[in-house]
Design a binder for this molecule. Structure first.
Ligand code: DQA
Length: 143
């Protein structure tokens, strides 16, 4: 099984950005954990992060026919991007929305998720562990 682990803007600054909200782990730490969990779950992963909405759209389009599932933290674009929603709908790849923080307990503007309508489920507020849960969820629910 092949999974794309897709991260949006400012996720590359984990560790530096708001540690009280996102923790002290860096993006490199996240990549290390993802590699470990992929080996444990026997799934093949490709990781991609971009600060640019169009790059994320391109990466979702490129995933068509290439991966079985997507673990997606669209970061701030969660709350703004119809383009990402449309891209997910277009390729129809099973996708799990992940947020490191508990967005439901944060500002009003974080209560909207455009991508959620194209996702199987949402995992939020579980730190890096949420990515592992998303990988497990996809493994259980695909094929
Ligand atoms: C986030 C939550 C978003 O609201 C925020 O814009 C992010 C990260 C999270 O992982 O908790 O950049 O997606």
């Amino acid at each position: 099984m092949k999974l794309l682990i897709l991260n949006g803007p400012n996720i590359n600054l984990l560790g530096l950005r708001e540690p009280a909200v996102y923790g002290n782990g860096t993006y490199a730490d996240l990549l290390d954990s993802l590699a470990l969990w992929a080996a444990e779950l026997d799934v093949e992963i490709t990781c991609y992060q971009s600060n640019h909405e169009g790059d994320l759209v391109d990466r979702i389009q490129k995933a068509y026919g290439q991966v079985d599932g997507i673990v997606f933290n669209p970061a701030a674009y969660t709350h703004t991007s119809i383009a990402l929603l449309d891209a997910l709908k277009a390729v129809a790849i099973p996708t799990v929305e992940v947020h490191i923080s508990d967005v439901s307990a944060r500002e009003d503007f974080r209560q909207i998720s455009y991508v959620r309508a194209a996702c199987l489920t949402t995992i939020a507020g579980k730190g890096f562990e949420g990515y592992r849960e998303a990988m497990e969820y996809l493994k259980e629910h695909i094929g």
